[in-house]
Design a protein around this ligand. Structure first.
Ligand SMILES: [Ca+2]
Ligand SMILES: [Ca+2]
Ligand SMILES: [Ca+2]
Length: 533
């Protein structure tokens, strides 16, 4: 009886107390998605100059993303990196894993990875990694054992049928695959394709193993979070293969387990569904998830020059979630933003303007900040980072995949430090977001301006700090323009804090009036407003 209090006291001392009043770190973070294979080849060590990006190369390029010094403005200023899969895999992309605790030998050793994590943390950059829970590779030893021996304990790690259940997958695809060419062979379930058999998450042994894998990356490797792949597909209920309640329940347990190991741990889920479905997962099944509908609405709005659907979507998203949702424009599964915008640099700037002034946790896909192009097939949207016109900064060797032809004019060297460039636009907006509390922590109040091309909203926090964001989604300038506000403000001049262009006009009563040059095509203004009462 005397021992018990002493033990619990020692345990309390050995664990840093979590500050439950502080906002989670990821609420204020800007993320950057990296495909290690395509980011930077190393210049020394065993993996140097082979045309394949690796951890040493990525580590050497961290200062581009954030040099850890708030006084310098040469870096992009992101706070966290999402690494696409880094485990051993037969594919170039890595979403079909054969060893969940490994580092892809083309990317480096576990020591290289730890050195990368340390270098990132020294700069204040957090690292989250892709974790693929739904399926593994059909060349994973688990599946090879299960497929070759029906009596194997691994058999029930996957999902089997003796006869074809007769239904197809969510997008009409074949999901039941014969284990051999024998037409009477048993079938296994693989939602994405036959090379990716789904794991059976009803099986407690599978759940225990996936938790052990999570523990390994959290405790032994020191990652700060997981991006959880394809989670709406985790647990099927017969022909119902998406967003089942069993999936959400499983994730709630998994997420709680991760948090039990590290209270600051972060999970973001890929739930490629409509907003109402995504909202079911947040915040218990995952801390947050990607807002696919908002991303596409922003792109469509810029392509039509019509802001009304963006405004409606912003209002809907603001109502749907109680915690910040993961916002983005494109990711590694979609045609590059610049390509979707018809290679219009001014549209790309407007897209960034919207992404980085809205609430949420913004994710930038590598290269988006310099206007990488590329359409399907997938390898063309995952091409080497365009550091310079020749490609030699990516690698001294022939790259694993050719860079886009426009690398000669769209590259970091051309844009870094160049005031009008897309890269500088991103850098300034990230800096503005981090230095303007109303742009990160505040709610959004969509406004209803009379001109359909104008997107206008107020960001206002609980203390009344606020600003007005105005983006022209069309290429056409608007000469004289009054944006109606939601409440009156004292009279005064318009003061822009985006560093864009000095606006001519005034605040008065319940409107912000842009005179003189008005608002140019695709232009952004972030107008300071006096604190709301
Ligand atoms: Ca390499
Ligand atoms: Ca800096
Ligand atoms: Ca599944």
């Amino acid at each position: 009886m005397l021992i018990l209090p002493a033990v619990s006291c020692a345990m309390a001392l050995s664990q840093p107390a979590a500050d439950t009043t502080a906002r989670p770190w990821w609420h204020d973070a800007v993320f950057y998605e990296v495909f290690v294979r395509s980011f930077a080849d190393s210049t020394d060590g065993p993996l140097a100059n082979d045309g394949v990006g690796d951890f040493r190369g990525l580590t050497a390029r961290l200062d581009y993303l954030n040099d850890g010094d708030p006084a310098t403005t040469t870096d992009l200023g992101i706070d966290a990196i999402w690494l696409m899969p880094i485990n051993e895999s037969p594919s170039y992309h890595g979403y079909d894993i054969v060893d969940y605790k490994s580092i892809d030998a083309e990317y480096g050793t576990p020591e290289d990875f730890r050195a990368f994590i340390d270098a990132a943390h020294e700069r204040g950059i957090r690292i989250i990694i892709d974790l693929v829970l739904n399926h593994c590779s059909n060349r994973h030893p688990w599946f090879e054992e299960a497929a070759s021996d029906p009596d194997s304990p691994k058999r029930d790690w996957f999902i089997w049928a003796d006869q074809d259940p007769g239904y197809r997958g969510p997008w009409g695809q074949q999901v039941w695959h014969r284990v051999s060419h024998d037409q009477d062979a048993p079938l296994y379930y693989g939602c994405f394709y036959r090379g990716m058999p789904d794991l059976n998450l009803h099986n407690p042994a599978v759940t225990a193993e996936l938790k052990e894998i999570a523990r390994f990356w959290i405790q032994d490797m020191g990652v700060d979070g997981f991006r959880l792949d394809a989670i709406k597909h985790l647990i099927e209920d017969g022909a119902t293969q998406e967003n089942t309640q069993a999936t959400i329940d499983w994730l709630e347990d998994f997420n709680a387990y991760c948090k039990s190991l590290n209270p600051d741990f972060f999970t973001v889920g890929e739930v490629w569904s409509t907003t109402d479905q995504v909202a079911r997962y947040i915040p218990a099944a995952v801390d947050t998830a990607f807002e696919f509908d908002l991303a596409q609405t922003i792109i469509d709005g810029l392509n039509t020059g019509d802001a009304t659907k963006i405004r409606d979507r912003i209002a809907l998203v603001a109502d749907a979630y109680d915690t910040p949702v993961a916002t983005f424009l494109t990711n590694h599964d979609q045609a590059r933003l610049m390509t979707q915008l018809g290679e219009s640099e001014s549209k790309a700037k407007a897209a960034a303007s919207i992404l980085l002034t809205l609430p949420g946790v913004p994710f930038i896909y590598y290269g988006e900040e310099i206007g990488h192009t590329g359409g399907k097939p997938d390898p063309n949207i995952r091409t080497p980072m365009q550091w310079d016109a020749t490609g030699e900064t990516f690698s001294a060797a022939e790259p694993w995949r050719a860079a886009q032809p426009d690398a000669v004019r769209r590259n970091v060297r051309e844009q870094q430090g160049h005031p009008g460039s897309l890269l500088e636009h991103y850098r300034r907006l990230i800096d503005l977001r981090k230095s303007t509390p109303a742009l990160t922590q505040a709610r959004v109040i969509p406004l209803d301006p009379p001109e359909d091309a104008i997107l206008a909203f107020i960001r206002r926090d609980d203390t009344g700090r606020q600003c007005l964001v105005v983006v022209n989604t069309s290429a056409d300038p608007i000469g004289w323009y009054a944006v109606p506000l939601d409440q009156p403000v004292p009279p005064g001049p318009l003061r822009d804090i985006s560093g864009n262009r000095r606006p001519f006009g005034s605040l008065s009563d319940d409107r912000a009036t842009f005179r003189g040059g008005g608002i140019r095509g695709h232009e952004l203004f972030v107008i300071e407003l006096p604190n709301a009462g």
